[in-house]
Design a protein around this ligand. Structure first.
Ligand code: KG4
Ligand code: ZN
Length: 331
């Protein structure tokens, strides 16, 4: 089966082609327009998707050496995400599906982050997925393909959102997650003990207090600018330490609770080097298999949509022209 995947839930316009042989292309057009605003501006995101989507899809087909008429299914992100952005991808996919008579598959973006782990490996069921992105932080018990039980999630900010908002306080560019990760490599994580929230709760998370605590910690310094200049690496390391400690402690709870022998990391924050290292140590200690997508498949991409769409098509989970976008997981 040849699957065309299309992703447009936030600020990346992406398309990928998956064939039985593997991922033949994975094209991502990032939207630089948001940088100057320090975050994603929804209206600008929709316009940028609209402008680049056709070119991105064509490039993914060209790179894969596949003609659109050879495609067996079009997989497209249905949600969660920004409504305007999702609509651009969905309308484009519907138009292509209708005009070329190719079946359509609506894919849940968070499921796709999890199944990105199946692009290069085959995790054994059941497993626990720690899904950490800019919009979500969840622990999910996956017992079989598309059989998901939510164990717990964040009550406020997502882990990626915490990285990004704290980065803004530190004067770093958006998205700050990768920058904090890089700076943390040269810093002492024990420089300052930032709070690790809700450790007495098994599977839920809270990161908004951490952001406030970084803000007050900086305000307490005599010369904030100088302090930041002298200690940015240490602060980045201490922040990364606090976030990743909570994530792996909760992951341990979930592993003990479910008794799984496999764990997968998913979403943009799974690119974080401290998290990857701690998850490796934890799973080694608990004698479990760990799967982490390669870096290109951690942050938003269409390869994960294509692989998930392929798995859904195999199970006849097709959509029709009534397919509607949804902004949040609960809608
Ligand atoms: O999965 P993703 O690309 O988009 C959403 O679905 O939200 O995740 C983006 C998030 C951003 O918050 C970004 O700062 C974070 O992932 N991120 C990282 C790293 N790379 C991306 N956070 C920490 N360390 C990283 N290396
Ligand atoms: Zn995502």
């Amino acid at each position: 089966m040849k699957i065309l995947g299309i992703e447009s839930s936030c600020d990346e316009t992406a398309a990928a082609v998956y064939t039985g042989k593997g991922m033949e292309s994975n094209v991502i057009a990032s939207q630089a327009v948001h940088e100057q605003y320090g975050g994603v501006v929804p209206e600008l995101a929709s316009r940028a998707h609209h402008k680049t989507i056709w070119r991105t899809v064509q490039q993914s087909l060209d790179e894969a050496g596949v003609h659109i008429n050879e495609i067996d299914a079009i997989a497209v992100t249905q949600g969660p995400g920004l409504m305007g952005s999702l609509l651009v991808g969905l309308c484009f996919a519907k138009g292509l599906s209708l005009s070329r008579d190719i079946p359509l598959v609506g894919v849940n973006h968070m499921d796709a982050h999890i199944y990105a782990n199946f692009i290069d490996e085959t995790p054994a069921y059941p497993f626990v997925a720690l899904t950490v992105s800019g919009g979500h932080t969840q622990l999910v018990h996956v017992t079989a393909p598309f059989e998901h039980k939510l164990l717990g999630e964040t009550r406020d900010d997502a882990a990626g959102e915490a990285f990004d908002k704290i980065g803004k306080i530190l004067g770093l560019p958006y998205p700050a997650g990768p920058v904090i990760d890089e700076r943390a490599k040269d810093g002492d994580p024990r420089f300052h003990d930032f709070p690790q929230a809700m450790l007495d709760n098994n599977f839920e998370f809270s990161f908004s207090g951490l952001k406030t605590s970084v803000k007050y910690f900086l305000e307490d310094q005599e010369d904030k600018e100088q302090f930041l200049e002298d200690h940015l690496d240490e602060i980045c390391a201490s922040v990364s330490y606090a976030i990743t400690e909570v994530l792996v402690k909760k992951l341990r709870n979930a592993m003990e609770h479910t008794g799984v022998e496999s764990v997968v990391l998913a979403g943009g924050v799974s690119a974080n080097s401290m998290l990857r290292r701690k998850a490796r140590e934890l799973t080694k200690e608990m004698d479990c298999r760990l799967h982490i997508p390669k870096l290109a498949y951690c942050t938003d991409n269409a390869a994960m949509i294509a692989i998930t769409g392929g798995m859904m098509a195999e199970r006849d989970m097709y959509s029709d022209m009534e397919l509607k976008p949804f902004a949040s997981l609960s809608s």
